[in-house]
Each structure stands twice: as C-alpha cells, then as structure tokens.
Write a protein that binds this ligand. Structure first.
Ligand code: SF4
Length: 436
C-alpha cells in the first residue's frame, strides 16, 4: 500500500513541478513513507531520519518529512521528538503536499494529518517508480473499519472507502497498453470493495471489479491483496475459476489458530469458518496457493492456543506466511484492555517454532512441484547470474531458470510468458528450465 501511495505522491508533486532523484545527497526534500503496524518498523524509520542529520549539516536546504501512518499516528509529536523533521503528512492529505512543501521552503514546520471519508486519489495517475515495466500495483480502496483489536490501521488510515471502478479499469488498461502484464489490486480488505452507483444500476462488488479487470485482456494477469477471511465469498471464487488470468494465489491472513485468540483479536471468524473458506478455495481452484499472516504471543495466548496455531498450519499447509511477534500499538483496543503479557523471549520462542514448521511445509510443498510445468511471466535477471532469469507462476511462486533453453531455441525476455519445467527447489524458490 505504501509503495502504491508513494507513486501517487510522486504524481502529485510531479504536477507541482518537483522531480524525483535517486540519491538523498541530490535532494531538496526527502519524504519517508511510513508504516505504523509494528514498533520495529517505526524504530527503523526513526533511525533513518536520524541518519539524515549528517547530510542536512552538509546541505542546509535539505528538508526531511514523514508521510503515511506514522505521521498520522504521532502527528506533530513526531516533529518534537525528531527535531530535524520539517513536516508530517498523513495518508489522506497528499493533495496538500505542494502547499505544505511551499510553507516548509519558507522556513515553517507543518503537519497535515486530517483524515477523509471520501479521498481515494481516483483521478491521479501514479508515477511508476522503480518499475520493471511489467508488474504494477493499483490501489482500489483505502482505510479499514474492521477494528481488529491489535491493529492501528483504522486509526491511521481512516474509514473504508472504495474507488470508482471505471478509474481502476482505465488504469489497468493504460498499464496493459504500456506493456505491463500483471496488476495487483490493493486494499486492506479487498473483499469488502463496494461501489454504489446511481439508482437503477447494480452496485459493483469485488467479484464484479475483478471480472472487469480480468476481461481487459487474457494476457494481463490480475492479483489482489488482502482478503479478510470473514468476507471471502464463493462468488469471488467462481469468478476466479472462470478467468485463467486471475492468479491462483490467495492471501488469507489467519492471525491465530485458536478461537479464543481470534475472539480477543476481534477477527469476526472462527477456525471452523476459516477452514471452510480454505476448503472452498480448494474446491473451486484446486491449483491455488494459499498464504497467510500470523501473530505469535498475542495477549493471554496460552501454550494450547499456540499449539492450535501450529495445528492449523499443519492442516492448511500454506505456501508462504508472514510471521510476526505481537507488537502492542498505542491507541488500539488491545493496548487499552488486553495486557501485553507474554514475555518477549517466549514470543520469540513461539515465533521460531512457527517459522521452523512453515519452512518445512514450504519445502515439502515445493518438492511436490518438481517435474511440473508452469507458464511463467518473466520479470528480470536473477540476482546471482545474468545468464539466469526469474519470474512467477500464477501461484506467485518464484521460478529461476536459464535465459536460453538447453535444447536451443529462443532466449526468454522479461515481460513475456514462457513455459518452465521445475527441476529442483528450495523452500523459497523453484529452479527450472525453459520447456517451450
Ligand atoms: S482487517 Fe484488521 S488487521 Fe487488517 S487492516 Fe483492518 S483492522 Fe487491521
């Protein structure tokens, strides 16, 4: 989401006459887009801000500002705590950045942190930064009002609002015309996307939106993130099954395998509901990969609750998981009512157990891929060798393979689809060879 937001910011500032540079030492302004979801992320941002002090001493005109959720959460307090900051700007206030930078140039300090119930930046064509020209993000909605008890997002990104579907389809079509071959539709909970149009017309939900984007061209792959398990509908799975270019990968954050924990987390589903959704995915899309997020050591988590999470991982057999220790965030329901009572070493121990189990499952899943053949969207050179390329299959697994087929034939080029047979694997990567 932040990457997509930074592209919107670059477009707004580009319109106002600012240009991007690649080195902080060339910049007049450094804008740091931030995440507030875990304390660790915030500490890294503070470290980065402090590092810039030396550069500011050599380059007095350089101003540093904070964008995004940390700006929203801490507001002017952040400028008081980090005295080399000149401004903070929250995620709904980016249109005011040109005026804000003008004030900062005049020597003022400024905070723009008003949240909006309507802002979606729908009319702004993002400037694609660090782009490979092949894959791009499209933000389809903003905010969240699920109020999971541990989560700061509803407070930093405001209420949920959806973007006009026509502007989304237009953005995807423009990207396809420029040679992009994959778009990822982004929202905190894409399943609750809802666009109400004039009376007499049907409202557009996420399945209809997906269908419209998928119909732009079968060569355009469509992905999405993130799905809330409580809202993952059969209707969406039906639409996915009908369109081969909607990728076979669903990120379905579970957070815990214990009903007691899920209730304390205010996740609004049970383990039984979650497993029913997993079963529905497997029924409609037998080749779909499933990935997740999980929190180790949430308030009051017992060893039985932790075991239930491990059991769930064994049952679902995720292809990938984002795994974190619980990090209490100020202002959330949990910070006010649920004590952060699991010792840090114990959180780490539980997290390491989940990581070890997931690593083993991912490796076993990948071993089953050996011998299979996939259509891969080639994205670029592998980090290790110019002679090898990497790309992803529909399941979002990374495949690495030689640029030129061993049997001769045409070399693969980034931005094209090629058939690749899996010959070997690690827990994270499939190693293959061109087979077309
Ligand atoms: S669904 Fe829950 S975890 Fe996700 S952004 Fe909303 S409140 Fe946070």
């Amino acid at each position: 989401m932040n990457f997509a937001d930074s592209e919107v910011v670059a477009a707004i500032l580009g319109e106002a006459g600012y240009g991007l540079c690649t080195e902080p030492s060339e910049a007049d302004f450094v804008l740091i887009n931030t995440c507030a979801i875990r304390d660790n992320a915030e500490q890294r941002v503070r470290h980065r801000v402090r590092e810039l002090r030396a550069l500011q001493a050599r380059r007095p005109q350089l101003r540093v500002g904070i964008l995004g959720c940390m700006a929203e959460r801490l507001q002017s307090r952040l400028m008081a705590e980090e005295d080399n900051l000149s401004f903070v700007c929250g995620p709904d206030a980016y249109r005011r950045l040109p005026a804000l930078l003008h004030q900062v140039r005049e020597g003022m300090k400024s905070a723009e942190v008003e949240l909006s119930t309507t802002e979606t930046y729908a009319d702004i064509e993002p400037v694609r930064m660090d782009s490979n020209g092949i894959t791009a993000y499209i933000s389809i909605m903003r905010g969240c009002q699920n109020y999971c008890s541990y989560c700061v997002v509803p407070y930093t990104r405001g209420r949920e609002r959806s973007r006009d579907p026509q502007t989304i389809v237009n953005e995807a079509r423009t990207l396809f015309g420029k040679g992009y071959r994959e778009v990822t539709l982004l929202g905190q909970n894409v399943n609750s996307y809802q666009w109400s149009v004039a009376s007499g017309q049907c409202p557009v939900g996420f399945p209809e939106l997906m269908e419209r984007v998928a119909e732009i061209d079968p060569r355009l792959r469509v992905r999405f993130a993130t799905s809330h398990p409580k809202d993952l509908s059969d209707r969406l799975l039906e639409v996915m099954a009908r369109h081969g270019n909607i990728c076979r990968c669903i990120h379905l954050p579970v957070q815990s395998g214990s009903n007691r924990m899920l209730q304390l987390m205010n996740r609004k589903y049970t383990v039984e509901w979650y497993l029913d959704r997993v079963e529905a995915i497997r029924r409609y899309l037998p080749d779909c990969s499933i990935t997740t997020d999980v929190i180790a050591g949430f308030s009051g988590e017992t060893l039985e609750d932790h075991q239930a999470t491990l059991d769930l991982f064994r049952r679902v057999r995720y292809d990938y998981a984002f795994m974190f220790k619980y990090s209490e965030r100020e202002g959330t329901y949990a910070s006010r009512h649920l004590p952060d009572d699991i010792a840090d070493e114990e959180k780490t121990r539980r997290l390491n157990e989940i990581i070890a189990l997931q690593g083993q499952i991912a490796l076993e899943n990948n071993r089953k891929e050996v011998g299979r053949e996939y259509e891969v969207l080639v994205e670029g050179e592998s980090h290790r060798s110019k002679e090898r390329l990497f790309g992803r299959n529909s399941q979002n697994k990374v495949l690495v393979f030689d640029r030129v087929p061993s049997t001769g034939g045409a070399a693969a080029e980034p931005g094209t689809y090629r058939r690749v047979r899996v010959a070997d694997c690690t827990a994270a990567t499939l190693l293959g060879e061109l087979s077309d």
